[in-house]
Design a protein around this ligand. Structure first.
Ligand SMILES: C[S@@+](CC[C@H](N)C(=O)[O-])C[C@H]1O[C@@H](n2cnc3c(N)ncnc32)[C@H](O)[C@@H]1O
Length: 186
């Protein structure tokens, strides 16, 4: 029997096409808009233990979260995956550009590699439903070294009903940008 959430599935291929177009168009000016979330982007670094050297960033975008990461771990190497080439073009202009290997691609199609000390993600995983997130979480677990860390700073809601409201809005308004945050449990 399907749960209520499973009855409102999102077409992943369509969503990814939309996401790429949306973020390609928003890349110029993205940093200004997201400046208000800078503290939550820094928090991802703060909870990591000492000695992190090798990080995968899912939805790296323009790399705002990497200022704090490279400040705390000056020798860290970051592999960043993102579907939007316009967003990732900003990485080349960052002072830590040489520390990043950028892969322009979709999380679900791209090989994550292996052996990371940590996987981080900021403001990027709230666009998927539970089934897709389960796929992603398995990929994340598989690419971490034993005892590695996954830190996700993202938008969540408190109840399944709230999550369903966001989903329904998104499904009913395919031409508008709608976040689809889940509860932590979902
Ligand atoms: C709100 S931005 C966050 C960027 C950056 N992490 C930050 O916090 O400033 C979300 C990013 O996720 C990327 N993204 C969305 N869906 C994706 C997918 N299926 N595969 C790879 N990247 C995706 C977008 O292109 C975008 O750059």
């Amino acid at each position: 029997m399907e749960t209520k959430m499973e009855q409102v599935r999102i077409d992943l291929a369509e969503r990814n096409r939309y996401m790429r177009k949306f973020f390609d168009e928003k890349a110029d000016g993205f940093d200004d808009v997201h400046m208000s979330l800078l503290e939550s982007k820094r928090a991802v670094t703060e909870v990591l233990p000492n000695g992190i050297r090798n990080v995968l960033d899912l939805g790296v975008g323009t790399g705002m979260e990497l200022y704090a990461l490279t400040e705390r771990f000056p020798d860290v190497h970051i592999t960043g995956i993102d579907i939007s080439p316009n967003m990732t073009s900003y990485l080349e202009k960052r002072p830590f550009a040489k520390q990043i290997t950028c892969i322009v691609g979709d999380f679900f199609e791209t090989d994550f590699g292996e052996g990371y000390d940590a996987v981080i993600s900021t403001s990027a995983l709230h666009h998927f439903d539970s089934a897709c997130k389960a796929v992603l979480y398995r990929k994340i677990f598989a690419c971490l070294r034993p005892g590695g860390y996954f830190v996700n700073s993202d938008r969540f809601v408190d109840t399944e009903e709230e999550a369903l409201e966001f989903y329904r809005y998104f499904v009913d308004n395919p031409d508008r940008h709608g976040d689809t945050p889940l509860t932590v449990e979902l």
